[in-house]
Design a protein around this ligand. Structure first.
Ligand code: SAM
Length: 412
């Protein structure tokens, strides 16, 4: 990494490790998210099989969110390890301190560029996380190729790239700041940029973009990452499909799946039917165009030739359903009171209704029981339910909870 732009990217993250994190907070909570939640990796990379003792790479690990979460999940399972890699020593030190605060000894920290994975002698890996990094490279395709070269044939990637439509207004604002304050250093540039954001006229697209308000009002690291970045770009779904296909990858899912389902953004039955008939990639792209709110694209991918991997489907009685984070009893209790759920997907408030008798099935989802065992439990309790009838009830629950990223198939 020697080009001036590359140095500018590194300098930005030396000055503003992102996201801003205090290692002392590890005592009180584990930050979870996507990609790289172990249950998601099992669902979207290993088709619902238990991943075992993974060797993972978190490329561009920043202040550690993905690396810490995955390392903690692996430690809780009793096996596996994480390699953290970043250009920024300041970020690396925050991540290292967070690992120490959690007494995690399964992370190895490396300082360097993901473009140099080969020279660093790292890999091959079962799983690679690269969240919010490739869009900062001069040649994102080269970065992705370097990651794929370090990935085992049956492994998978969890990626995040910026979304073009949800970031509407960011790039004109970045250009305006460069024009007005580009020659200023550090704190002065930040002060002028904050002044500009406060002074934007009513019609400005950044000011009118409600999906970015959290970064605009937030800490310096977030504000800088959004508006003072020396280099970033954003993607439409078809561009991601082309980029991953060119790298020999197949996308196993965008998250949360409900944000990539056009049915959640259409009320007209005929239009919904037409949307449903489209191929998967077209549906994802249509959802992005309709929503307009997707500012990041989180997705998992496996090698195109990996036929045993990819997304799990609830079609095998041996599959183990698991609720992500949500305690089973709490969800079952709430569904017993009301089968309705609401969620904000792609900037839209959506309402869903589960079948009236969902609570008794949900109460049996413990991340250990397979679908067959849950069916057996219900029958033992007196339910007159053959497999097909049980499966239809489970599918109706899955059809609501999976798109919200609440229910996965993992650890079979
Ligand atoms: C926006 S931060 C994301 C951090 C982390 N992945 C997350 O999601 O919280 C981007 C990180 O990528 C790192 N980075 C940028 N280019 C890189 C490269 N070529 N190799 C390794 N890290 C890089 C930066 O130093 C920075 O820490």
């Amino acid at each position: 990494m020697t080009a001036p732009d590359d140095r500018a990217v590194r300098d930005q993250y030396e000055a503003h490790p992102y996201p801003a994190r205090d290692p002392a907070d590890e005592a009180g909570r584990l930050i979870t998210g996507s990609p790289s939640h172990l249950l998601e990796v099992e669902h979207y990379v290993y088709a619902g099989r238990r991943a075992g003792a993974l060797t993972a790479l978190v490329a561009g690990g920043g202040t550690g969110d993905g690396a810490i979460m995955l390392a903690q999940h692996l430690a809780d399972r009793g096996g596996g390890s994480v390699h953290y890699l970043d250009l920024s020593t300041a970020s690396l030190e925050v991540a290292r301190a967070r690992a120490a605060a959690r007494q995690l000894d399964n992370i190895t920290f490396h300082h360097g560029s993901l473009l140099d994975l080969d020279e660093l002698g790292l890999g091959p890996f079962d799983y690679i996380d690269c969240c919010g990094v490739l869009h900062h490279l001069a040649e994102p395709d080269r970065g992705l190729a370097a990651l794929v070269a370090a990935l085992k044939d049956d492994g998978g990637l969890g990626l995040m790239l910026y979304g073009a439509l949800g970031r509407h207004g960011v790039y004109p604002a970045q250009r305006a700041i460069r024009r007005l304050a580009g020659d200023q250093a550090g704190a002065e540039r930040l002060r002028l940029a904050r002044a500009l954001v406060a002074d934007l006229p009513a019609g400005n697209w950044l000011k009118r973009n409600p999906h970015l308000a959290d970064h605009l009002g937030g800490d310096d690291a977030g504000f800088t990452d959004l508006l003072l970045h020396p280099r970033d770009r954003a993607y439409l779904v078809p561009e991601i499909l082309a980029m991953t296909a060119a790298a020999g990858l197949r996308i196993s899912g965008f998250l949360p799946p409900g944000e990539y389902d056009p049915a959640n953004f259409l009320a007209d039955d005929e239009l919904r039917d037409r949307a449903r008939a489209l191929p998967e990639g077209e549906r994802w792209a249509l959802a992005e165009d309709l929503s307009g709110a997707l500012k990041t694209h989180v997705f998992y991918a496996v090698k195109a030739g990996n036929r045993d991997g990819g997304a799990a489907r609830p079609d095998d009685p041996a599959m183990v359903p698991v609720l992500r984070e949500m305690p089973t009893a709490r969800l079952a209790e709430s569904l017993a009171k009301s089968p309705r759920l609401s969620a904000r997907l792609g900037g839209v408030d959506c309402r869903f209704e589960l079948p009236a008798d969902s609570a008794e099935i949900v109460a049996l989802i413990d991340g250990g029981r397979s679908l067959r065992q849950i069916h057996g439990r219900l029958r033992a309790a007196g339910a007159k339910l053959d497999w097909a009838a049980f499966k239809a009830r489970f599918d109706a629950i899955y059809a609501v909870l999976h798109p919200l990223n609440m229910l996965l198939l993992a650890g079979r």
